[in-house]
Design a protein around this ligand. Structure first.
Ligand SMILES: [Fe+2]
Length: 480
């Protein structure tokens, strides 16, 4: 694709490589620069917004219908396919022949109090019990998708037991469970539960919160779940007027609810920490009396009196600017106290990914997308970082200013023997050749800095997107 063919639109979220693609394709035996390792086997899948109907409203970058892009690695061969997630909302619109919902910048749909916002399922994708599960960041019905064909099987309602979960609900590959949370603007403001490997609901409790929040992620350890309640909340007055606006309350603490995996509502223990807002967890684990959680919260700026600049944080979040640090919280189950520390405030990174076999266990390596410092200009995602969580040290790679790296997946090498024994795979926009690529990095040691070991050339553009997952061949085969 040549530069002058890139879509130009007066709305940045619909322009350049943000613009939707209109084809559902399948490409096999893709051309490769370098060598795709033969011990890299499995499926990388990435979700993202891709508007089905041309938006005739004030478009927000989160509005587009969810589309999955899947890259299959089989003994050195690589194939690609993409499909829209057939959500109930999209089907309703397809039946009508035009869009029925408008986006986040427009008033909510008044004639549909049950679904005032369109559940696009465009945010996150995970693998649970033989199916891909797509999820939406505002909470809604998740969808089950065939990992091989990307055909939508239907709502993942687990025999009617579930109607909503949030993006970043987490499968535990050690047990085959899916641990989920849901949050809402009306009570109960949060719910938490567990689905078994048999796709049956095993546990569900209401989480008692003082007010609705905007939790984006959760964390799990071997025995506990950590639920998030940050002082970033929807403005109640705006809500009454049918609008959605978030306010940061710098005088309120961040709160973390730790509950045994199958604990009841009264067993949730709340730990307080410095006010902040966190999108994504790196990992959490148990260490003696402590539950440890690492994540990439927004940087908070304080005035001379030590007060957090709430307006600046609200603007950073509202304008989707990128300004993050790497942070660790320790919750002492014996004393009830929280201790916390910044592991790194030099680099600006997000979209943390680990070797999923280490989720809930103490781990050392975390892989992130790298942004320019401050991150206040147009989105630039030019590279990757491998962090050492024990020391705060890192190895970084930047391909060049206009490259755009999507969230990677960590692919364990066949027969892997160490946590970082594997590859990082991700979709990349290559601005030099005006082309989408799948890049493969060797994750071991400091090899990330040497750049990709393989670049798989895609015959068609893949728009920038949100979250991704990697499903190993062993996991795929286990559920086949
Ligand atoms: Fe997210």
């Amino acid at each position: 694709m040549k530069r002058d063919e890139l879509p130009v639109h007066d709305i940045p979220a619909l322009s350049g490589n943000n613009a939707p693609v209109h084809q559902e394709d399948s490409f096999n035996a893709l051309e490769v620069i370098g060598q795709v390792p033969r011990d890299l086997n499995g499926l990388y899948v990435r979700n993202g917004p891709n508007a089905y109907y041309p938006p005739d409203w004030r478009y927000h970058a989160y509005d587009g219908d969810g589309m999955l892009h899947a890259v299959r690695f089989e003994r050195g061969q690589v194939s690609y396919r993409n499909r829209w997630i057939q959500t109930a909302a999209l089907r309703e619109e397809q039946a009508a022949g035009h869009a029925l919902w408008k986006g986040l910048k427009e008033p909510m749909r008044a004639d549909r109090p049950d679904e005032p916002l369109k559940n696009t399922s465009n945010t996150d994708v995970k693998y649970h019990a033989g199916r891909l599960i797509s999820m939406w960041y505002r909470s809604g019905m998740p969808y089950a998708v065939d990992p091989y064909t990307l055909e939508t099987a239907g709502p993942a309602d687990f025999d009617g037991a579930i109607s909503r979960i949030s993006a970043h609900s987490r499968p535990d590959e050690h047990t085959g469970e899916l641990l989920f949370f849901d949050y809402a603007l009306t009570p109960p403001y949060m719910q938490y539960g567990v689905v078994g490997p048999d796709r049956k609901l095993r546990h569900k409790i209401d989480i008692d919160l003082p007010a609705p929040g905007l939790p984006h992620d959760m964390a799990i350890t071997e025995h506990y779940t950590i639920l998030h309640d940050f002082p970033l909340r929807p403005d109640p007055e705006a809500l009454t007027a049918g609008r959605y606006k978030v306010r940061f309350n710098p005088d309120q603490p961040s709160r973390f609810g730790i509950v045994p995996r199958y604990g009841q509502a009264h067993e949730v223990r709340w730990f307080e920490a410095a006010p902040t807002y966190l999108l994504h967890v790196v990992n959490a684990w148990e260490e003696g009396d402590e539950v440890v959680m690492v994540g990439t919260p927004y940087r908070t700026y304080r005035d001379a009196d030590g007060r957090i600049d709430a307006t600046r944080l609200e603007q950073t979040i509202h304008l989707r600017q990128r300004d993050f640090e790497l942070h660790e919280w320790r919750f002492n189950l014996r004393t009830g106290q929280t201790t916390e520390r910044t592991l790194d405030d030099v680099l600006n990174t997000e979209f943390p990914v680990i070797n999923s076999a280490f989720q809930g266990r103490r781990n050392r390596w975390s892989y992130h997308v790298l942004f320019p410092q401050g991150g206040r200009e147009e989105p630039r995602f030019p590279g990757l970082v491998k962090y050492d969580l024990e020391t705060g040290g890192y190895v970084a790679y930047s391909a060049g200013p206009q490259y755009f790296y999507n969230e990677p997946g960590f692919a364990p090498r066949d027969g892997a023997t160490a946590e970082d024994d594997g590859y990082l795979v991700m979709l990349v926009w290559n601005p030099k050749d005006q082309r989408s690529e799948v890049q493969v990095f060797d994750a071991r040691g400091a090899r990330l800095a040497e750049g990709p070991v393989a670049r798989v050339l895609l015959p068609r553009r893949v728009p920038h997107g949100f979250h991704a997952t990697f499903v190993s061949e062993a996991t795929l085969q286990r559920w086949k």
